[in-house]
Design a protein around this ligand. Structure first.
Ligand code: 4NP
Length: 152
């Protein structure tokens, strides 16, 4: 499995999702590849937000090595599954998939693994210092389901 996590800036939610899923697959010995990207390019080359690095570290996960990048058309071919954080990211990636005749079925909202068919969004914690821990928790639960869904 090759999985790409996608949010807007690639400095808060999708780097956390990448770090959390990598931690789980490493512990289970799964030979998966996991990466993340943003629909926007403002933060290209930057480390994750300090608050995201901190909350991950509090849970024993290092995401400080990650660097933000913008999603590219080639990602739509190279990844088996593209997991979006919110409705805006989702529509953006779906539109790209249509434009490049990629398989739209590989684009899924990550919280649908936790709450099927509800199309819930991971709230953007960028403007809320207290939002990072709840975002970590919901991504942790969702990533657990992602592993379950694709290993059983
Ligand atoms: P992310 O959060 O999409 O979870 O990485 C954001 C980071 C930066 C901005 C917006 C959202 N921004 O507007 O700069």
């Amino acid at each position: 499995m090759k999985i790409l996590m996608v949010c807007l800036g690639n400095i808060c939610r999708s780097p956390l999702a990448e770090g959390i899923l990598k931690d789980k697959i490493q512990k289970k010995g799964l030979p998966w590849q996991v990466d993340s990207a943003g629909t926007g390019s403002w933060h290209t080359g930057e480390k994750p937000d300090k608050r995201a690095i901190k909350v991950a570290r509090q849970h024993g996960i290092d995401i400080s090595y990650q660097r933000a990048r913008q999603i590219q058309p080639a990602d739509l071919r190279n990844f088996d599954l593209i997991l979006t954080m919110d409705a805006n990211n989702h529509n953006h990636v779906l539109q790209m998939a249509r434009q490049y005749s990629a398989d739209e079925a590989k684009v899924q909202m990550i919280l649908n693994y936790l709450h099927p068919d509800q199309n819930q969004s991971v709230p953007d914690p960028y403007w809320n210092d207290n939002g990072f821990e709840p975002v970590f928790q919901m991504l942790d639960e969702a990533c657990e389901k992602v592993v379950e869904a694709h290993t059983t």
